[in-house]
Design a protein around this ligand. Structure first.
Ligand code: KIV
Ligand code: NA
Length: 274
């Protein structure tokens, strides 16, 4: 049985911390499912980590559908949520059309969108018509040209606005909320005041759950990780080693061996060649 949005609400009530990770393709989703991740996010961070863009802004609805569909071919247990891309939910009509395509064409169970008060009418309409919506406040990467990539909510006025937005999203019917890069004490206060689960990324341990980007968790790239990330493995280095060994074995003629090759009766070959 697949995890539902009601189950996620129950996890908060039961004090069970919620683990979410992004995933963008079939074979990775199989791994995440085997590891028992309850919530999978097809994030528009795929624009950077899968497609090589500098930001999430160039990601299209078609990109999201392409990746979310691949994830859904692997997923059986998790609640799968996909991001609505930049400006694809600027009006209620846009939000409805975008969510319709994303859900019908990929099969995900919920959508996520960024923003506070400005997103309330869209969330209200989607929820009225049966679309589970996850909110996203704090460092919202789709607004980075306006708000930058710094910590959000450090000053009282900004923190108060964030709490008001969080309550407004809950009131509009969001089933959960992502808080990205906000001070841990503020994230704790928001988590305590909201009935819906608050999933943090760079928001301290007192949120109801955590979300991380697949590549950050696995150490899938070279160079500096974001401050909030912990590399639980060095898979990128392991992949590079494996590929380098493969290339070396091809060059030296040590791969393939008899073990990887089909055999043939000597007489049959002789008959064929004469
Ligand atoms: O796109 C994404 O990966 C996200 C998470 C970081 C919350 O929105
Ligand atoms: Na995102």
């Amino acid at each position: 049985m697949r995890i539902t949005v009601a189950d996620v609400g129950k996890m908060k009530n039961d004090g069970e911390r919620i683990a979410m990770v992004t995933v963008y393709d079939y074979s990775s989703a199989l791994i995440a499912e085997r590891a028992g991740v309850p919530l999978l996010l097809v994030g528009d961070s795929l624009g950077m980590v899968m497609l090589g863009h500098d930001t999430t802004l160039p990601v299209t609805l078609d990109d999201m559908i392409h990746h979310a569909s691949a994830v859904m071919r692997a997923s059986r247990q998790a609640l799968v949520i996909a991001d609505l891309p930049f400006l694809s939910y600027a009006t209620i009509e846009d939000a409805v059309q975008s969510a319709q395509r994303l859900m019908q064409e990929s099969g995900v169970q919920a959508v996520k969108l960024e923003g506070g008060a400005c997103a309330v009418p869209q969330i209200r309409r989607l929820v009225e018509f049966g679309v589970p919506v996850m909110g996203h406040l704090g460092l919202t990467p789709q607004s980075q040209h306006q708000i930058g990539l710094r910590v959000q909510g450090r000053r009282a006025a900004e923190a108060r606005k964030l709490l008001e937005d969080a309550l407004a999203l809950q009131e509009a019917g969001a089933f959960a909320l992502v808080l990205e890069v906000v001070p841990a004490p503020l994230a704790k206060a928001v988590s305590e005041r909201l009935d819906i689960p608050v999933i943090g990324i760079g928001a301290g341990v007192e949120c109801d759950g955590q979300v991380q980007v697949w590549h950050d968790v696995l150490g899938l790239f070279e160079g500096r990780s974001p401050r909030h990330a912990k590399r639980f493995a060095e898979i990128g280095a392991a992949m590079e080693d494996a590929i380098r060994t493969y290339v070396n074995e091809v060059r030296s003629g040590t791969f393939p061996t008899d073990k990887q090759s089909a055999k043939m009766d000597e007489d049959e070959l002789t008959a064929a060649l004469t």
